[in-house]
Ligand binder design. Structure first.
Ligand code: PDD
Length: 287
């Protein structure tokens, strides 16, 4: 089946879907995005993802291209037309198309809206989660506004590529003080010997992941103690467990950091339990 993409009011064959070379997303990374999980024909946590999308747009002074209800209609249509039951939906909104000029277009132009949906292999993802992943650490060389989910992801791409070349699946960014901020496309967590779940506060230095937000509730329900504080690479290496979270990976155990095994080098109990319990606390919207 050929893939279908949504671009500015039209559904097109993916191969023919395009935006202008004057699009500010292309020229300046002047765009924001969201990725939601699609699971068993339902969109997961769409309310929180759309809340964050609106926030990202507001922070960059890009206007909402349509109402939330309309965005949801397009999201569901995009998922349906691609017959995705398990996978993800990608939403990107740029400031629009205008001849190249650093200044915002004046008068304002309509934002560019693109959506795509893609299936994924759940069995493969579960097999990966059963094994866990390796991460490497890299200096965090991103701008300060990583709380905005902008498409300006070059440092993230370079970090992810470095991870792959080192035989790992994710790279953790480390700030100038030696604290882990987050992964190139995931949030970072550890479980300490005192059985505390530790993850960095979302006020600075990281994207406030939706999976992270929901997982804080899951942890509470499972009676796990959560401490929102920054942790160092050494502390992570000495942790009993580590894991990452994102809409794409869900809860994914980390079994080695820069080649040092975490715990006994296999997933522990906490991360798999959180992974199993996650969707009981998530919002499910039938497509
Ligand atoms: N990434 N941190 C960063 C830098 C991210 O890019 C992401 C998500 C997360 C986790 O956020 P959430 O739980 O809302 O997915 C944290 C998406 C999936 C991506 O870029 O593909």
């Amino acid at each position: 089946m050929s893939r279908i993409a949504y671009v500015n009011g039209r559904f097109l064959p993916h191969v023919n879907a395009a935006v202008s070379i004057d699009d500010r997303g292309f020229l300046f990374a002047d765009a924001v995005y969201e990725v939601c999980e699609v699971r068993d024909g339902e969109v997961i946590d769409s309310t929180l993802h759309l809340d964050r999308l609106e926030r990202s747009l507001r922070e960059l002074r890009i206007r909402m291209p349509m109402s939330r209800a309309a965005l949801l209609v397009v999201m569901r249509q995009t998922i349906k037309r691609n017959r995705v039951r398990n996978g993800g939906i990608y939403i990107q909104i740029s400031r629009g198309q205008s001849p190249r000029d650093h200044l915002f277009p004046n008068p304002e132009v309509p934002p560019t809206v693109v959506m795509t949906a893609k299936p994924h292999d759940r069995a493969k993802a579960e097999a990966q989660a059963a094994k866990g992943i390796a991460v490497i650490t890299v200096p965090d060389n991103r701008w300060e506004r990583v709380d905005i989910k902008s498409v300006g992801l070059l440092p993230n791409c370079l970090a992810k590529q470095a991870a792959k070349e080192a035989g790992a699946k994710e790279a953790w960014f480390v700030d100038a003080q030696g604290f882990v901020t987050e992964g190139s496309s995931t949030n970072a967590w550890i479980v300490t010997a005192a059985r505390e779940l530790v993850t960095r506060p979302a006020e600075t230095g990281i994207l406030r992941g939706i999976t992270r937000t929901v997982l804080l509730k899951v942890a509470d329900k499972l009676g796990l103690r959560v401490v929102e504080r920054a942790f160092t690479v050494d502390e992570a290496k000495a942790a009993t467990e580590a894991f990452i979270t994102a809409a794409t990976t869900l809860v994914m155990p980390v079994v080695s950091i820069d080649g040092s095994p975490v715990g006994d080098g296999h997933p522990g109990e906490t991360a798999p339990a959180l992974r199993r319990a996650f969707h009981d606390s998530a919002e499910h919207l039938p497509v």
